[in-house]
Write a protein that binds this ligand. Structure first.
Ligand code: GLN
Length: 249
């Protein structure tokens, strides 16, 4: 069993991408810290083992868990049907929506306002999938081709390893907007003068609701342990405390 193997090696290996405050980011001493690291520490404590954090590109987290290199993937990761084909997810512990970051003087209040713009995203994220779908076309629930709201507008997607790198290009004027989850977007705007962020809402008022879960290898008995710890941390108010602890990230 995965749980027995982790106890035997004395170590729980967490894969993350520490560019996503407050869930994971690098401290002043370049250590990966954040709400997800605190949750992972509680899981390691429950198992009686040390926590080891591996900081990798976001799009290599799921493959690393699938191949067994890592025990848990915790990265503000949205539970999606596509990812559920590759890995199992814990119960969800936070919710989010996508946000759009633009220069302060730019008028953007809906996705359709991104027509003709160069839009930066983090590779492999739900924001990446969403913007690619609006530019290139997407599929509805039945698998039918649907036109994207940015299709034919000369809007262009630019992929980055992190939203922080995309933000550098936004500040340089190389791109016009960045799409990323709400809390990292707010953190980026708080740290960079001249930027603002708005909820990513469609002209028809719809928006993207997402829930974060921790991923484990398919069929792993670790899911049960992770769910127990998440429930304990929620019931005791600890997750809220972790959020407060990292609110200036
Ligand atoms: N929630 C988004 C996703 O799962 C972004 C996560 C991240 O960038 N760390 O794709």
């Amino acid at each position: 069993s995965a749980v027995e193997a982790i106890k035997a090696k004395g170590e729980l290996v967490m894969y993350t991408n520490a560019t996503f405050p407050p869930f994971e980011y690098l401290s002043d001493t370049s250590e990966a810290v954040g709400v997800d690291v605190d949750i992972a520490q509680a899981i390691a404590d429950e198992l009686g083992v040390e926590l080891k954090v591996e900081n990798v590109d976001f799009d290599s987290i799921v493959p690393s868990i699938q191949s067994g290199k890592g025990d848990i993937g915790a990265a503000g990761m949205t539970v999606t049907p596509e990812r559920q084909k590759e890995v199992d997810f814990s119960d969800t512990y936070a919710t989010s929506i996508q946000y759009i970051i633009v220069p302060e003087d730019v008028e953007v209040s809906k996705v359709e306002d991104l027509a003709g713009k160069a839009i930066g995203v983090q590779t492999g994220t739900t924001g990446d999938t969403l913007i690619a779908g609006e530019i290139n076309g997407k599929e509805d629930e039945e698998g039918n081709k649907v036109e994207g709201v940015l299709q034919g507008t000369d809007a262009e997607e630019v992929q980055y390893k992190s939203a922080l790198e995309a933000t550098q290009d936004l500040l340089n004027g190389r791109i016009d907007a960045v799409v990323i989850d709400k809390m990292p977007a707010e953190s980026i705007v708080a740290k960079n003068d001249g930027l603002k962020c708005v909820e990513l809402v469609y002209a028809d008022g719809s928006k993207t609701e997402e829930s974060y879960g921790i991923c484990v290898a398919k069929g792993s008995d670790l899911t049960e342990v992770v769910n127990k710890v998440i429930k304990d941390l929620q019931d005791s108010g600890k997750i809220d405390e972790f959020m407060v602890d990292h609110s200036n990230a």
